[in-house]
Design a protein around this ligand. Sequence first.
Ligand SMILES: C[S@@+](CC[C@H](N)C(=O)[O-])C[C@H]1O[C@@H](n2cnc3c(N)ncnc32)[C@H](O)[C@@H]1O
Length: 284
Amino acid sequence: MFISKKGRAALFLREGETEGDGEGVLKEKEIETPIFALLKITTMAVVPYKEKESGKKEQVAEMFNNISGKYDFLNHFLSLGIDIIWRKKAIGMLKKDQPKLILDIATGTGDFAIEALALDPDKVIGVDISEGMLDVGRKKMKKKGLDDRIELQMGDSERLLFDDNKFDAVIVAFGVRNFEHLEQGLTDMCRVLKPGGKAVILEFSQPKSFPFRQLYGFYFKAILPKLGKLISKDNAAYTYLPESVEAFPDGNRFLKILEKAGFTNTRCRPLTFGISSIYTGQKP
Ligand SMILES: C[S@@+](CC[C@H](N)C(=O)[O-])C[C@H]1O[C@@H](n2cnc3c(N)ncnc32)[C@H](O)[C@@H]1O
């Protein structure tokens, strides 16, 4: 598939911008190879509410606000509880590092932040763009008596309001797939990490081998959207989930984007036949 330079630029223009003005063209100029152009297009293209004009970020925040009350239940129910094991394994990747200050990006209702307490940090700060998810999370922390160790704040992964080199570790579970500008979010994660600090990213991926690919495809595309819609009452959320996973550049493609965002020592560890993967990277 060939996309002309002009065509690519047009894809990155925001509504009302013309070629030659604004951020859109600047971002396009950063693209070095057609493969990165394609990756950016796929991650930006999938939105929950296709009939709406608003951008991906607004739609993602709206969707998580809508499902926030049912999110925890649906997460564990639809994954048969495996998501809990995945979060534990991902946090285990930081055992040797013993980070004291941890940033949990796209924290949602805070389950990954809670899991990070197993590392005995001084503090975990969680940020998210959905006030609904944060609200459920804050109530949960209070109920569990964790509100002095975990602080949940409104915050956008692409414009983190923290100084450079602040955190010992940055973690994200099932968040990066929802970013509007993937590379920008990862670059800002690298910026706030201390040199030598580690990022741990847990995200859905697509199993590659028979019969897991076929079984997963059937469950994810035929069963999960129906159950999700029935319970969450949001028509789009659980159709967006398989679509966004399909569009996400998983495996080695994601490692390349991590490296482009500034990370070194990047690794990918597939979990449960490749249904999800843990990615790690270090700030040089
Ligand atoms: C699937 S939930 C994951 C929540 C939590 N990390 C977990 O493990 O259950 C994805 C979260 O990403 C958040 N999110 C999406 N884009 C974001 C962004 N640009 N900045 C911060 N949070 C974002 C959403 O609001 C949502 O709460």
